[in-house]
Structures are given as structure tokens and as C-alpha cells.
Design a protein around this ligand. Structure first.
Ligand SMILES: Nc1ncnc2c1ncn2[C@@H]1O[C@H](COP(=O)(O)OS(=O)(=O)O)[C@@H](OP(=O)(O)O)[C@H]1O
Length: 390
């Protein structure tokens, strides 16, 4: 018996005697239960993790800054029968830039370098919440003007916790309208209740079809136009083209139809875009002037917090972006953000913003200023604002 016991038999073999034994290995059913429990724990953990974002949108559990807007943005269009955004009953014809011209590669469209200042890659916080919220059509759009300071305005606005914006220019209402609203909405970042979705495409302001198309999306869309002295804007526009195609003719020779008579070539898009009064008119057939905000490109540089104050009021946002967010970078020669969206580092716009302009003949500049004066005065009347360009 002793031999048999020492031969590894169980203590149960010896009635009345309990010998120390190694713990029995769990039966397969118990092992399976333990495995199931572990999986349940993992699943529960993952569920709670992904729920965090949605919970943030729930009243009383707000984690991200909603609620600071005084009024909510208008709701997105009701979905169509197939669950997609409604489409207009016609196929989009190619959009017509009012300012088509002799600049073959650039035209009137904004040709912002294809790397937006703040890429769409979400910050660590927003990627934590990336699965939460929903994509909405924009409730506010920066529609122009090309070279007005539109990128600076959007990057500054993105600092606001209640603003979510797509980084790149979608060009939906001028180039991609036939792709439909579902396509457009899909480009947008996800937003939580109370956050505004925004985009900027400066060529909309000079696109004939854009006012009707934006109004068809929502009559309540808020429109922001950053305007800048049309003379400086034209030179900035030319500077951008020159940076890509150094062999183009001089500004002076492109500007005149006939230099001797002093006749200005208004078909050149660099000139055409600056006739703001003319481009504004069609917008007023679709939107009340109170639904448009005109931001001074000059003041956006000299007093960014002041202009951002006006923009936040217009959007119904709490004034969160203030003087404290900016510093003047002497090397760049422009105001920069102390902290960009989703980052703790100072951030200036890239080298394609704030380029050195070529020297233009003073007499040519004077002639151009004279050309724009009546259009500027008309624009001041239409907007009720004197931008002080004359
Ligand atoms: N903070 C800050 N930093 C850098 N640049 C600034 C800033 N604020 C306004 N600006 C002016 O923005 C001009 C470019 O305008 P846009 O962004 O509208 O250009 S684009 O149409 O999107 O290409 C750009 O024009 P240029 O100076 O001709 O390069 C700037 O003058």
C-alpha cells in the first residue's frame, strides 16, 4: 500500500488519511469559464472605453466643451429616404468662377498649397473621442476671399472647443457638387452636441453657383468673408502664382490691357477677385446681410483677438479665444498661436502664408488703387463697414 501511495496515488486511495498533495488541475469546464470571464472583462473594458465619448455628449456628463454656445447651430438637413443627405433635384453643372482670367494654372479658385496648416490628423484627446459624435454638414463656412487671411482665421477658430473644422479646402460648392451632400458631410469631422462644424474654401465667394447651392443645403448657414485691401490682395495672389511659376510676366504687364491708355485688364483673376461689391451681390439674393460676417484681413493681423471676438459673437460662441492665445512672432512678422489646437506648442502659419511681395511700380499701384476706389465705396455701403483701404 505504502509503495502504491508513494507511487503517486491520490490521498483518496487511503480512507481516513490525508496526505499533502499538489492542487488538482482545474477541470476543462472551469478553465473554459475562467477564459469566458476574462473575455467578458476585456469586452466590458473596451465597451466602457468607447462609451466615454458618447457619455461626454450626455447631459450632466459633459467632458468636452459643449454648452458654451449661446445658440445651437441649425440642424443638418433631414436625411433623404435612403438615409443620405438630400440632393438637389438637378445634376451639378461645372461651377463658374466669376473671376476667370488669363492665369491659366490658377484661375479664380483658391489654390492653397495642399498641406493645410493644421492637418486633419486628430489630437490625442480628439482621437480618444474619434468614435463619438456624428458628422454634420457645416453650419458656418468661410467663403472667401482668396489671399484674404482665411487660413489664419480658420486656424485661430479651431482653438475654440466648440469649433470643429475640416483642415483641407473641400471645394464642394465649386468643384465637387455633383458628388452630393453625403460625400461632403463625410469629409467633416465628428462633432458633439453644441459644437459647430466649419470649413473654408475661399473660391466660393466668386463662384456664381455657390450662393444658391449653399442656401439649398441650409438657408441658415452662416457665411464669413475675410476681406483685404484689393490692391495688396492682387499682389499677394500674383506672388503665389509667381512662387509656382517663376517665368510668368511681371505684375505690371499682366495688369494692363493697354499700358499706354492705362486700361486695366479686369478679366485677370488677380484683379477680378478684388471687386468685392460685384461678387457680394448674388449672395444677397440668397442670404440676408446679417447672416454674413465681413472680417478685416488687416485687423486679423494687427488685432487678431479683436477680430476673433467679433467672429465668436457672430457664431454664437462664448468668447474663449482672447489676447492670451496670441503672441507676435518677430521672425515671422505675424501673430501666432501660443498653443495650436490639440497641441501645447506655439504655432505660426507655414511659409506659404506671409510671403514677401515683389516690388511693384508705385505709379501702377496708384492706378490700381484708383480703379478699386468706387468698388470699395460700394462695398462699404453694402456691408455698412468702412475697411479703410482708400
Ligand atoms: N497670422 C498670420 N500668419 C500668416 N499669414 C497671415 C496671418 N494673418 C493673415 N495672414 C495673411 O494671410 C494671407 C493668405 O491668405 P489665405 O490664407 O486666405 O490664402 S489662401 O487663399 O488660402 O491661399 C497671407 O498673405 P501673404 O502675406 O501675401 O502671404 C497673409 O498676409
Amino acid at each position: 500500500m505504502g509503495q502504491r501511495l508513494s507511487g503517486g496515488r491520490s490521498c483518496l486511495d487511503v480512507p481516513g488519511r490525508l496526505l499533502p498533495q499538489p492542487p488538482p488541475s482545474p477541470p476543462p469546464v472551469r478553465r473554459k469559464l475562467a477564459l469566458l470571464f476574462a473575455m467578458l472583462c476585456i469586452w466590458l473594458y473596451m465597451f466602457l472605453y468607447s462609451c466615454a465619448g458618447s457619455c461626454a455628449a450626455a447631459p450632466g456628463l459633459l467632458l468636452l466643451g459643449s454648452g458654451s454656445r449661446a445658440a445651437h447651430a441649425p440642424p443638418a438637413l433631414a436625411p433623404g429616404p435612403d438615409g443620405t443627405a438630400p440632393r438637389l433635384p438637378f445634376q451639378a453643372a461645372p461651377a463658374t468662377p466669376l473671376a476667370a482670367g488669363k492665369e491659366p494654372a490658377e484661375g479664380a479658385a483658391s489654390q492653397e498649397e495642399q498641406s493645410p496648416e493644421t492637418p486633419d490628423s486628430p489630437s490625442s484627446i480628439s482621437s480618444f473621442f474619434s468614435g463619438s459624435g456624428s458628422k454634420q454638414l457645416p453650419q458656418a463656412i468661410i467663403i472667401g476671399v482668396k489671399k484674404g487671411g482665411t487660413r489664419a482665421l480658420l486656424e485661430f477658430l479651431r482653438v475654440h472647443p466648440d469649433v470643429r473644422a475640416v483642415g483641407a479646402e473641400p471645394h464642394f460648392f465649386d468643384r465637387s457638387y455633383d458628388k452630393g451632400f453625403a460625400w461632403y458631410r463625410d469629409l467633416m469631422p465628428r462633432t458633439l452636441e453644441g459644437q459647430i462644424t466649419m470649413e473654408k474654401t475661399p473660391s466660393y465667394f466668386v463662384t456664381r453657383e455657390a450662393p444658391a447651392r449653399i442656401s439649398a443645403m441650409s438657408k441658415d448657414t452662416k457665411l464669413i468673408v475675410v476681406v483685404r485691401d484689393p490692391v495688396t490682395r492682387a499682389i499677394s495672389d500674383y506672388t503665389q502664382t509667381l512662387s509656382k511659376r517663376p517665368d510668368i510676366p511681371t505684375f505690371e504687364s499682366l495688369m494692363f490691357k493697354n499700358r499706354t491708355t492705362g486700361l486695366i485688364d479686369t478679366s485677370w483673376s488677380a484683379i477680378q477677385i478684388g471687386i468685392y461689391a460685384k461678387h457680394l451681390e448674388p449672395w444677397l439674393h440668397h442670404f440676408p446681410i446679417g447672416q454674413m460676417l465681413f472680417v478685416s484681413g488687416e485687423r486679423l493681423i494687427s488685432d487678431p483677438a479683436g477680430e476673433l471676438g467679433r467672429v465668436q459673437d457672430f457664431l454664437g460662441l462664448k468668447r474663449i479665444i482672447t489676447d492670451k492665445h496670441f503672441y507676435f512672432n518677430k521672425t515671422k512678422g505675424f501673430p501666432c498661436l501660443k498653443k495650436a489646437e490639440g497641441s501645447s506648442k506655439p504655432h505660426c502659419l507655414g511659409k506659404t502664408k506671409g510671403r514677401t511681395h515683389p516690388e511693384i511700380d508705385r505709379e501702377v499701384v496708384r492706378r490700381l488703387r484708383e480703379f478699386y476706389r468706387p468698388f470699395n465705396l460700394k462695398f462699404y455701403q453694402m456691408t455698412g463697414q468702412d475697411f479703410g483701404w482708400d
